[in-house]
Design a protein around this ligand. Structure first.
Ligand code: PLP
Ligand code: COI
Length: 340
């Protein structure tokens, strides 16, 4: 049974739950992982994760369905993305079955913190892979920690399904053209802290970054991917080697085409060509689908559908995606993993 919490108003904040998973990589192999109630990591002061950013993370959610069953959404895709990120940073891969088992164990051990069905809340899981040990030269660690912790969350952007505004950033980049933008590494987020803070202080939900090579195309939001809908029933998301390959975005590309009958397109999205979009949104695990009301682009402010109301196609996509995640709508094969 869920514990007593203000489930409807969770927001997106850290909460220390009773259990997390931890596994150590030593002598070239993963040791057996286990659950622990210790929420503090004990690592060497010289750990490469601390100095050279040899670390990666993931984000996925557990959902409580109407019947009370708890399920994960496409955890194998998070496992695969973490493996690609690990390759990029010369870290050992966490095998997919170990990753999914860890996520299931942490969810099960903290099941009283999986928000009740109907509150809109979910259990956010944060897998983390870090290089540790006594190393001071710039080289990969010999030892690693893989941990998964969790917390109940609600909306990431304060509006939820009410549109909010975003700031197109022309001064700073989150990633380099051939850097680590497509990998889920902390360094990308460190680069986004200053522009993100400036945008929030100016009243925007987050930054929309442009392609780092030419600053003419939309890349993504600091914490989510971007999509737009056109009057020709197209669902368009930017294509670029320096944006994070969002699992939500690829799910929406599939659902837009197969379930909503839209044309799903990954292509360049020129910042001078926003007029063609009748609706726009940010999508991601934390962001779910967050409608973008308007964007500030230099001196110009461009409104997509409305600053106060979600557009009809964005609403349909939201209903389809969250219906699948909460078990109300049949999922495409392999998308749902039950926590048993
Ligand atoms: N882009 C960035 C920069 C993110 O941090 C996230 C969040 O994970 C996403 C996109 C969305 O990815 P996903 O849908 O896999 O959560
Ligand atoms: C996620 O959606 O899982 C993210 O990682 C976004 C943000 C919290 C960094």
């Amino acid at each position: 049974m869920p514990v007593e919490l203000d489930w409807e108003n969770l927001g997106f904040s850290y909460m220390k739950l009773p259990y997390r998973y931890i596994a150590y990589y030593k002598n070239g192999q993963w040791e057996e992982g286990r659950l622990t109630d210790d929420a503090t990591l004990h690592i060497s002061e010289s750990s490469p994760a601390l100095h050279y950013g040899q670390q990666a993370f993931e984000g996925l959610k557990a959902y409580r369905t109407k019947s009370g069953v708890i399920q994960l959404f496409r955890p194998d895709e998070n496992a695969k993305r973490l493996q690609r990120t690990a390759d990029r940073l010369l870290m050992p891969q966490v095998p997919t079955d170990m990753f999914i088992k860890a996520c299931k164990q942490v969810t099960k051990a903290n099941e009283d913190y999986v928000p009740p069905y109907g509150t809109g809340g979910t259990l956010y899981l944060r897998p983390l892979l870090i290089g540790v040990g006594d190393i001071i030269g710039v080289k990969p660690a010999d030892e690693y920690i893989f941990t998964v912790f969790a917390m109940p969350v609600g909306n990431y952007f304060k509006g939820g399904l009410v549109p909010t505004n975003f700031l197109i950033q022309d001064e700073y980049d989150r990633a380099a053209p051939h850097g680590t933008g497509a990998a889920k590494v902390g360094g990308n987020y460190a680069a986004s802290l200053l522009p993100g803070d400036q945008a929030k202080k100016a009243g925007f939900s987050d930054v929309i970054y442009l392609d780092p090579a030419t600053h003419t195309k939309i890349e993504e939001v600091g914490s989510a991917n971007f999509f737009g809908i056109t009057a020709n029933n197209e669902f368009i998301t930017p294509i670029s080697p320096s944006i994070l390959p969002s699992i939500t975005k690829y799910s929406l590309l599939y659902l837009a085409e197969k379930r909503l009958g839209l044309k799903a397109i990954e292509s360049d999205v020129f910042v001078d060509d926003l007029e063609k979009f009748t609706e726009a949104g940010a999508c991601g695990t934390a962001a779910v689908i967050s409608p973008i009301g308007g964007v500030q682009n230099g001196d110009a402010f461009h409104v997509f559908y409305s600053e106060t109301e979600v557009g009809p196609v964005t609403q349909q996509l939201y209903d389809e995606l969250t219906g699948i995640q909460f078990g109300d709508i049949e999922a495409p094969e392999g998308w749902i993993v039950i926590v048993d």
